[in-house]
Design a protein around this ligand. Structure first.
Ligand SMILES: Cc1cc2nc3c(=O)[nH]c(=O)nc-3n(C[C@H](O)[C@H](O)[C@H](O)COP(=O)(O)O)c2cc1C
Length: 166
């Protein structure tokens, strides 16, 4: 039986909305890296170059993101399912099990993403049980030979080939 209460309908509608998948990373004051899997990422503005994502107040790295003046968004490639799950699961050694390096901007950058956007924090806005983090893009790298990951109804993977037509 499907429930028709508004929250259930909201989750059903939004859960069916296809997105890409990102991992957003940051360091705390001691330089320890933190990160999580995120699909609330969106483009906001061209002038200046702004993006946003939102973080649940329950996430353990909330304070690191709220206190830092920067963060890095990795748009995952279609073959990065393992990384996607690692950064969404409790009790995994997210950075210990992953290949990454510290960037010149002092941000933990994971290897092999489709694209990496290193951002200076532009604004943060409290919104219900999440905080919206808006970033101004300071540096972008793209692996043009790769394709991004697709996420839909809790399934994720490479973009199906028929997507592109001929
Ligand atoms: C595909 C996917 C998208 C997610 N998007 C978000 C998001 O936009 N914001 C968020 O706060 N959590 C999001 N999550 C959940 C977080 O990844 C998860 O709660 C987080 O890794 C928990 O971190 P913690 O163990 O450090 O608290 C998403 C999870 C998945 C699998």
């Amino acid at each position: 039986m499907h429930s028709n209460d508004k929250e259930t309908l909201f989750k059903e509608a939004l859960g069916n909305y296809p997105t890409g998948v990102t991992i957003v990373t940051v360091t705390d004051d001691e330089g320890t890296p933190f990160g999580l899997t995120v699909n609330s990422f969106a483009s906001v503005s061209i002038d200046p170059l702004l993006i946003l994502w939102s973080i649940d107040h329950k996430v353990s790295s909330l304070d690191a993101f709220k206190h830092s003046d920067r963060f890095a968004v990795h748009i995952l490639a279609g073959d990065q399912q393992q990384l996607c799950q690692r950064f969404a699961s409790k009790g995994t050694d997210r950075f210990g099990e992953s290949n990454w390096s510290m960037s010149e901007l002092g941000l933990p950058v994971l290897d092999d993403a489709f694209a990496v956007l290193q951002c200076k924090k532009y604004n943060q806005v409290e919104a219900g049980d999440h905080t919206i983090l808006i970033g101004e893009v300071a540096d972008i790298s793209i692996a043009r030979e790769k394709e991004p990951m697709l996420y839909h109804r809790r399934c994720f993977g490479a973009i199906p080939s028929q997507f592109y037509g001929e």
